[in-house]
Design a protein. Sequence first.
Length: 292
Amino acid sequence: MFQGSMVALVTPMSDAGAVDHDALERLVEWHADQGTDALVVVGTTGESPTLDADEAAAVIATSVREAAGRVPVIAGTGSNSTAHAIALTRAAKAAGAIAALSVVPYYNRPTQEGMYRHFRAIAEQGGLPVILYNVPGRTVADLAPETVVRLSRVPGIVGIKEATGEVARVGRILAGATAGFEVYSGDDASAREAILAGARGVISVTANVAPKAMHEMCVAALAGRATEAGALDAALAPLHHDLFCEANPIPVKWALWRMGRIPAGIRLPLTPLDAAYHARLETALAQAGIRP
């Protein structure tokens, strides 16, 4: 359904923490110009835990309006409450999103059967195609490949963002999944390998600051041009690593601020990037050919 470089878009905020829709419009325009293949908004990188329902709907609507059909908009609608996740998915549809990214329920520590029923309910009642999101480093619970295969048979569940960094999972999932079910990497550092192994793209943090380069790397990898993809990815490798020197999205928002693309705002409990990491991130940007 989707492929290529799909940016896990930040939510620009003023120094006081208000959503900056003007900066968001500029970001969407930039991504459309740079070749980004899809926008994934109000996800983890978009600070979804601290956006209220009205703010999230407004971010989706602004992104859809500015994209103007040039780039598809996927909305993060996950929750550890099934009823809440369904409500968020319906709201995302009303705001114009064409698919939902739904994370494994966090904190509750559900069983595999509980996760299966959770996602099936969202697909049946939410009104949007659902991309599963497995990121056990944040949720603790791990959606097993066998459960993903089972979920691939549920109408309306179209793919998974697999963020464990375990490339072998791509083949395990695709070997048993229903035809047309797609795997997307959720780990920038291993995305190239995942695509060469059969994934259809990456939902990327790095694409926030290097959209054209990430798009070109994905194009090469999807075409099976491994050497070219490797060369493109090598220049991005420091960003893949250093954009996680503190919790995402702290470093990537600092990098975008340093590039002059967004204000410096970020909401508690997240804090601005520690000064100890500034030079390190400056170097990673320079190695990727990005000059603030």
